[in-house]
Write a protein that binds this ligand. Structure first.
Ligand code: FES
Length: 236
């Protein structure tokens, strides 16, 4: 079948403004959008730029806007858009470096802000720090996050307010706030207890809809908010 693509193009070194370019390829309904992009690049236009690595929903590098929704190009199939022109655009909220490639440095800075690693002041155990099966179960969906930033691109709050910490960093905050091996529970809650932190989320649920790993992000952010309130009530 013939599939029509309209792809956002912009090279800041040569273009005064972005434009869209049309491409038509022959593809199977079960081909992934990433397969189509590769074919366009290899067979029609070597100047087209996008990120990819694993091709299997693991590395998170091919997040982009596909027909208005943030998603991984390697997880969407041609048949998901049957009969429609497929429009590919860069993730919103980030500076375009070239075509579908955006500058994700501000995203990773926000992730770093929540200290996405175990912090413990207890003495080093002889072997590893143990986690109970119950606690592990509580976190086993949160740890699916692959830092693709689909949730960040989809978040209407972040689109308006770049100071908002954003959904993915809050997922990582959740992951360590509730990790029984971490001893910085109160400090971690304080870290996200500010107007552009957890409280900036107003429950659009777009992050939850966009997450390719089906993490209930909005629910986790609301859990953090309740935990902040609970810790304040307890220490009153
Ligand atoms: S290419 Fe790695 S997640 Fe899609």
């Amino acid at each position: 079948m013939e599939v029509n693509f309209k792809i956002y193009r912009f090279d800041p070194e040569t273009d005064s403004k972005p434009y869209y370019r049309d491409y038509t390829i022959t593809a199977n309904p079960t081909d992934r959008i990433l397969d189509c992009l590769n074919r366009i690049k290899w067979e029609q236009d070597g100047t087209l730029s996008y990120r990819m690595s694993c091709g299997h929903g693991v590395c998170g590098s091919d997040a982009m806007k596909i027909n208005g929704r943030c998603a991984l190009a390697c997880q969407k199939l041609v048949k998901d858009y049957e009969g429609k022109e497929i429009i590919l655009e860069p993730l919103p909220s980030y500076k375009v470096l070239k075509d579908l490639i955006v500058d994700l440095d501000p995203f990773f800075e926000k992730v770093k802000f929540v200290q996405p690693y175990l912090l413990s002041t207890t003495a080093l155990p002889e072997k590893e720090r143990l986690q109970s099966p119950e606690n592990s179960k509580k976190l086993d969906i949160a740890i699916r996050c692959i830092l693709c930033a689909c949730c960040m691109g989809a978040c209407p709050v972040l689109n308006e307010n770049e100071r908002f910490l954003g959904p993915a960093p809050l997922v990582w905050a959740f992951r360590y706030i509730f990790d029984s091996r971490d001893t910085q529970y109160l400090e971690r809650l304080k870290q996200v207890d500010y107007s552009h932190g957890a409280w900036a989320c107003v429950n659009y649920y777009e992050c939850t809809r966009a997450c390719p790993k089906e993490i209930p992000i909005t629910k986790y952010i609301n859990t953090i908010k309740r935990e902040i309130q609970k810790s304040k009530d307890t220490n009153r």
